[in-house]
Design a protein around this ligand. Sequence first.
Ligand SMILES: [Zn+2]
Length: 240
Amino acid sequence: MNSLNFEPNPEIHIEVKYLKRARRLTIRVLGSRTVRVTAPVRTKISEIQNMLNVHSDWILKKYKMIEDHPVQNKIKFITGEVLPFYGEQLILKIIDGKGSITRFENELIVPVPPKITAIDTDAITEKYIQKLLIKWYQAEALEKIKSRVQFFTERLNVSAKKISLKNYKSRWGACSSKGDLIFNWQIVAFEKHLFDYVVAHEVCHLKEMNHSQKFYGWLQVLGFRKSEIHKQMKNVRNLF
Ligand SMILES: [Zn+2]
């Protein structure tokens, strides 16, 4: 419980995360009506409230941008477009430049060399941006998958041999009889708990190579109930 509120728009929920490693207060607009404040431990509520008041215009602007650009089925690869990423909504920003994508707060900054836009057909630019985005999503996916595999394998006292990514059209993961785990990298676009579910599911196969009662028992140990999670997984799909 905290007594924080955001007066300019009471619909916005303020979530505070106290982190030992945080050096200062940071604000992030997450979409789904949530603003997350990260704060060093022992930060006073009044300090956080003050920070929210000072930055209220910026928060409202970001919030509106996210609300006005709900996630589309078909990506258009244009500035202002919103892409889901690990429970967040990232905003694309296409700029002149070269190199790889960088992230700044909620923005994914995508450099496109002027010579690409010069020979344009839109299709070439789109392809170029898509390639960069896929590379970025894959790198993030691998890092996050590895860390969650470690978390879940430790809890079940099992170990995975090899972790790799694959382009799957309509599946999210697999576990080989040798104990290799394979994941569709696009799960990193899911909400966090659905991403976690896919990882936990494959980790449970290191215990049980089937979908028996026992298997779902292990999933429950990791915090996932079969009936609930199956319902939620019906709505997920590949982003790209
Ligand atoms: Zn399975």
